[in-house]
Design a protein around this ligand. Structure first.
Ligand code: SF4
Ligand code: SF4
Ligand code: SF4
Length: 284
């Protein structure tokens, strides 16, 4: 019932946006013809609005579709998508006035067995931190209260399982392609000088890729889980980036994508900055 209500509210908002020529296109979700999934959908004509849908299968992060766009876009955005959008604006990749955010409260996306999808299993942000229209979900206060209670039993992430996870990796880069934050035209792995790209997929190349990617996402990860969802080899490396996310939050009081006016610690420098070693170790 809650999803029907949210779908109706999304359709009404999008209809107004297109009719009043406030946007050129609306980006949302529609029912896949192949399975239960709700897949990304671009709407340019009012008559297609009723194809828009919302539910617990909208797990794909839509923020990457906004990168490099020049037109005016209305976007149906979950909190993790909104965090990516905020980061794009803060990083100069998108103008605030070209995007209309229909921010939707999110109780969590589920897989075929009904379990929380990667990202949703550890989600801390169920309401959009920025929006032009807010589509609410009455279940969110209850979900937040339950999460607060279980905080203390959450497992502490460690770097110990790195090799086990790396062994499963086939270096296909699907995780990179799925991440809102990986938008370099040419990834460092493919630049040629120096030549990081191996002739064979060896352990060293995989470590180089994953450690460097983690550093590039330090203080930028919006915890959407799209990287793990995209990995066909079942590699679970989000925990490394989570370590960096916690480090940035603990030491610099910064959470990616939550506040348009907050300055990211990775792009600011001050005389009083703490000199902390990698992941809190001794100073180098
Ligand atoms: S990570 Fe959070 S906001 Fe994103 S889909 Fe999962 S529950 Fe929703
Ligand atoms: S972690 Fe998975 S998606 Fe990423 S490069 Fe390795 S196999 Fe591909
Ligand atoms: S690293 Fe993974 S969880 Fe973080 S923003 Fe990128 S896709 Fe999302």
């Amino acid at each position: 019932m809650v999803y029907e209500k949210q779908t109706e509210a999304i359709r009404n908002c999008c209809k107004t946006l297109l009719k009043q020529d406030k946007v050129d296109v609306v980006l949302g979700y529609t029912q896949s013809s192949l399975d239960e999934l709700l897949i990304p959908f671009f709407v340019r004509k009012v008559e297609d609005i009723d194809k828009l849908a919302w539910g617990d299968q909208c797990w794909q992060n839509l923020a990457p579709y906004l990168h490099s766009r020049k037109d005016r876009v209305g976007i149906v955005a979950k909190p993790c998508d909104v965090r990516g959008i905020v980061q794009y604006i803060a990083e100069g990749q998108l103008n605030r006035d070209q995007v209309y955010i229909i921010g939707v409260d999110c109780a969590g996306m589920i897989d075929e067995e009904g379990n929380p999808r990667p990202g949703c299993d550890e989600c801390r942000v169920h309401a959009p931190p920025l929006f032009d229209t807010h589509i609410t979900d009455d279940r969110i206060p209850q979900i937040k209260a339950a999460e607060k209670k279980s905080e203390t039993v959450q497992q502490k992430h460690t770097a110990e399982r790195f090799q086990t996870e790396i062994d499963k990796c086939i270096l296909c880069y699907a995780c990179r392609q799925a991440c809102y934050g990986c938008y370099c035209k040419t990834c460092f792995m493919e630049r040629g000088t120096p030549d990081w790209l191996p002739a064979e997929i060896d352990s060293a190349a995989k470590k180089t890729f994953h450690m460097s990617k983690a550093m590039h996402l330090a203080g930028r990860c919006v915890e959407c889980g799209a990287c793990e969802a995209a990995c066909a080899s079942g590699v679970e490396l989000r925990y490394i980036i989570k370590e960096l996310t916690d480090f940035v939050e603990d030491n610099y009081d910064f959470q990616a994508g939550m506040d348009l006016s907050a300055v990211s610690p990775m792009v600011s420098y001050g005389d009083g900055d703490k000199e902390i070693g990698f992941l809190g170790g001794d100073e180098a």
